[in-house]
Design a protein around this ligand. Structure first.
Ligand SMILES: *Cc1c(COP(=O)(O)O)cnc(C)c1O
Length: 398
């Protein structure tokens, strides 16, 4: 079957909840993918940062294959021999005492929400069912009904109500608004260090540091969603490191699965995690043997191969080279590390058109929020592969 046949088959038998670029991939290796006709592309989306280690990283594949030969699933009704080792690796890498493992990012966010609420009732003394969590305008935290309920984006929540109460929205990057929104019932502030889906929105320097101070002063948990910004994407292991702070709850996913398997988690101190007791939260697949084997290798690759450092260097280079193009279509270039948003001027048309032209030239990137092209390749990318992409980006932006 050719691309056309595959797309028709998908459109016939699948819900239309996505509008993919018209490319049908059949292979992936490192930063490169190949479609069913054998055409090669450089993957500059990297599955929304779930492929920070690249496609089919040999160490991650080997760990997965070894594990598949032994044990894949136990449920949490029993212990297994990869659980402890992975929990140790991930908590040490993240500088947090404990982790609660889930599968998808949205589940890890839900876990953080549950943690904050239970902490509010059992430790902070918030009256039952009154806990409030502050979130930001422009947020993206996943697709469950609770999470889309506090999304500002009509596209994500229109027609899916009624929604879970207990969330309050403030403008992003506005510490005064945060200060004003806090009440005695506030249990947490949930925030992305850079808003990815909102168009790679980078807050002012020191925003998280100031938010940390407000949270500490008011006994409110700071919960950073680093599902997309974390694990090296922004040029640090975690984006909050730029502000020299630590969150109370750290939410990770995407690249934690090494581009192979869904693995996510919420991390916190032992004291905070103690609000969970046997039976009150869980997941059949959360922390399964295969996930733990893959997750452990995924974290080790990021650290051993110094991917945050490469992301920092290559990201600086990518942004400066795009700036040098002086493109008449570009209104702004934003980002940190290899998390780059190129804002297209409204008069130049939607970003989607630029992504389609890039695709024809062999560069896969995806628009976000209509006007922004997101460039977020695997963090293993070399300068010569980036130069290959830059030649094509220049052709499209000229
Ligand atoms: C992708 C993403 C999520 C949701 O992760 P899923 O695995 O798709 O459920 C949550 N928060 C942020 C910031 C994300 O980028």
């Amino acid at each position: 079957m050719n691309s056309h046949d595959h797309i028709r088959l998908a459109e016939t038998h699948s819900a239309r909840n996505y509008l993919p670029l018209p490319v049908v991939l059949a292979r992936g290796d490192g930063v490169w993918v190949e479609d069913v006709e054998g055409k090669r592309y450089l993957d500059m989306l990297a599955s929304y940062s779930a492929l920070n280690q690249g496609h089919r990283h040999p160490k991650i594949l080997a760990a997965m294959q070894e594990q598949m030969g032994r044990l894949c699933l136990t449920s949490r009704a029993f212990h297994h021999d990869m659980f402890g080792p992975f929990c140790k690796t991930v908590t040490e890498a993240c500088g947090m005492e404990q982790v609660l493992l889930m599968n998808t990012g949205a589940e890890a966010v839900e876990t953080a929400i549950k943690l904050a609420r239970r902490w509010g009732y059992t430790k902070k003394g918030v009256p039952r069912d009154r806990a409030e969590i502050i979130v930001c305008d422009g947020n993206f935290h996943g697709r469950t009904t609770t999470i889309v309920g506090f999304s500002p984006e009509k596209l994500y929540n229109d027609g899916f109500g009624p929604f879970t109460p207990g969330f309050k929205m403030i403008p992003y990057n506005d510490v005064l608004a945060l200060e004003r929104a806090v009440t005695p019932d506030t249990v947490a502030f949930l925030v992305e260090p850079i808003q990815g889906e909102a168009g790679i929105r980078v807050p002012a320097e020191g925003f998280l540091k100031a938010a940390r101070e407000v949270c500490t002063r008011n006994n409110v948990l700071l919960m950073t969603d680093e599902i997309q910004t974390g694990l090296g994407r922004t040029g640090r292991l975690f984006c909050y490191e730029y502000d020299g702070i630590k969150p109370d709850v750290l939410i990770v996913g995407k690249a934690l699965g090494g581009g192979c398997f869904p693995v996510s988690g919420a991390l916190a101190s032992k004291e905070l995690m103690s609000v969970f007791t046997p039976g009150n939260h869980g997941s059949t697949f959360g922390g399964n043997p295969l996930a733990c084997a893959v997750g452990k290798a995924a974290v080790e690759v990021i650290i051993e191969e110094k991917l945050p450092e490469n992301s920092y260097k290559m990201g600086e280079y990518l942004r400066s080279e795009i700036a040098k193009m002086n493109s008449p279509h570009v209104a702004a270039i934003r980002g940190k590390g290899l998390f780059v948003g190129v804002d297209i001027r409204p008069e130049s048309g939607p970003a989607r058109g630029f992504c389609e032209k890039l695709m024809a030239l062999g560069v896969l990137a995806k628009e976000t929020h209509g006007t922004v092209i997101r460039f977020a390749p695997p963090l293993i990318i070399t300068k010569s592969d980036l130069d290959w992409a830059l030649e094509r980006i220049a052709q499209v932006l000229k």
